[in-house]
Design a binder for this molecule. Structure first.
Ligand code: Z5A
Length: 228
């Protein structure tokens, strides 16, 4: 179980959950809310966030590491994460800038660990190495039925005029996505001080309100009863 760290002012918030649950949409909305309160914040994502980590991202998501197996992929995700933490997350927090990340270490635990079958001890060891003490202050787990989430992803592809090819994780079976959902819920249960689960099956605006309520209650420095 991860213990929450203590940064003096800047906070590190992560969003987790399955595909299409609305993480990117809500990361963007939270950034807007923070900007409206003059809170300096950066938006980032995993895998990725730095040039080296983005290179690992394309390698994995194009399916080029698939034959290596989930253990080796967990190592690749951790390598990308270590660069992301040391080159982007830690320096921003140190200069007082909040960091909001679309996915982080819980994705490795859920995808490669709980769903992919990689030993928990290896996941723990990689997490210690990659995070270097930079545990998120708050993790918002967006939860919804994977079938509904798939429909959203399909709709997005249609709106973007793209064929629904998907990356290698999006091609997994529905049953696998149900286990993944349970994996994220399990992580949240094991880390009650850090994680908050919110239903992603509500309109975008309502979910954004729920998230802001959680964030402003968790970080009272944002101002009492912080409204929009
Ligand atoms: N992965 C891993 O295996 N191990 C790791 O350690 C890490 C990652 C870090 C990264 O993919 C893949 O890497 C990921 C896990 C694996 N697997 N997959 N696939 P990614 O970053 O490309 O994809 P993603 O993280 O799954 O994000 P996504 O598919 O883009 O979904 P999202 O960010 O959660 O959703 P969204 O883009 O904000 O919204 C999806 C659509 O729904 C879009 O059209 C929105 O306009 C719409 N939307 C959003 N909210 C709503 C609401 N509330 N109602 C209705 N419609 C909505």
């Amino acid at each position: 179980m991860l213990d929450a760290p203590n940064h003096s002012t800047a906070r590190f918030i992560t969003f987790e959950g399955g595909e299409g649950v609305g993480k990117s949409t809500q990361v963007k909305r939270l950034l807007e809310r923070l900007a409206a309160r003059d809170v300096s914040a950066v938006r980032t994502r995993e895998p990725g966030g730095t040039p080296k980590a983005e290179a690992i991202r394309s390698y994995i998501l194009q399916g080029r590491s698939e034959s290596w197996g989930p253990g080796a992929e967990a190592v690749l995700f951790a390598s990308a994460r270590h660069d992301h933490v040391t080159q982007l997350i830690a320096p921003n927090l140190a200069r007082g800038t909040w960091v909001i990340s679309d996915r982080f270490c819980d994705s490795t635990r859920a995808y490669q660990g709980l769903t992919g079958g990689v030993d928990e001890k290896l996941i723990d060891a990689l997490e210690d190495l990659a995070l270097d003490g930079h545990v998120p202050d708050l993790t918002i787990v967006l939860d919804m039925d994977p079938e509904t989430a798939f429909k959203r992803v399909e709709m997005r592809a249609v709106e973007d005029g793209l064929a629904l090819t998907g990356d290698r994780f999006e091609k997994e079976e529905l049953d696998w996505h149900r286990r993944l959902r349970d994996g994220f819920l399990n992580i949240a249960r094991n880390n009650p001080d850090r994680c908050v689960v919110l239903s992603a099956e509500q309109p975008e605006e309502h979910l954004a309100e729920d998230i802001w309520r959680v964030v402003s209650e968790r970080f009272p420095e944002l101002g009492a009863g912080a409204g929009a």
